[in-house]
Design a protein around this ligand. Sequence first.
Ligand code: ATP
Length: 169
Amino acid sequence: MTGITGTPGTGKTSVAAELERRGHTVVRLTDTVRPYVIEEDRDRQTLVVDVDRWVEEFEPVDGIVEGHLAHLLPCDRVVVLRCRPDVLRRRLAPRNYPEEKIAENVEAEALDVILIETLDEHPGEHVLEVDSTDLSAGDCADRIERFIQGVLPPSYGSIDWTDYLEVGR
Ligand SMILES: Nc1ncnc2c1ncn2[C@@H]1O[C@H](COP(=O)(O)OP(=O)(O)OP(=O)(O)O)[C@@H](O)[C@H]1O
């Protein structure tokens, strides 16, 4: 099972759709969390999920799982999609999110939050960071396929976006 994770707006849905077109089995994790929703935070347009129970009861998939909680599942490998914070802000702009939620996501991306969470759960040799800032979804999909095939080695940690922290505000 390969996980594709990342901050909202980094391109998980787009790249997963491309991989599905190429014949991969793809499970969108947002479709699986409904029974585990504890409450709906309307102000932040966010669902609060019983993550522990969701992880415990998740049936592994022979394919790809896509969503910002993917790295919490027992994946064989995890792809962390990244996007430079100023570009991420532009990608999130068309969504009807409150400014606070956009700023929160942009800041989390600048601080590598999802990568750090991923490395808490998985050994580095199972992790690939893909910076989608200047890549098409197709280019990202190419890299992910090569990683799954074992042709592209794991790699992470070369991104430093702390200079973009003020962009979140
Ligand atoms: N590689 C890319 N290059 C340029 N724009 C992209 C790329 N990938 C996605 N986008 C655009 O960025 C926006 C967010 O993409 P997408 O919905 O795939 O992100 P996501 O990570 O799945 O977000 P969420 O977690 O909220 O579902 C969309 O408008 C999409 O068209």
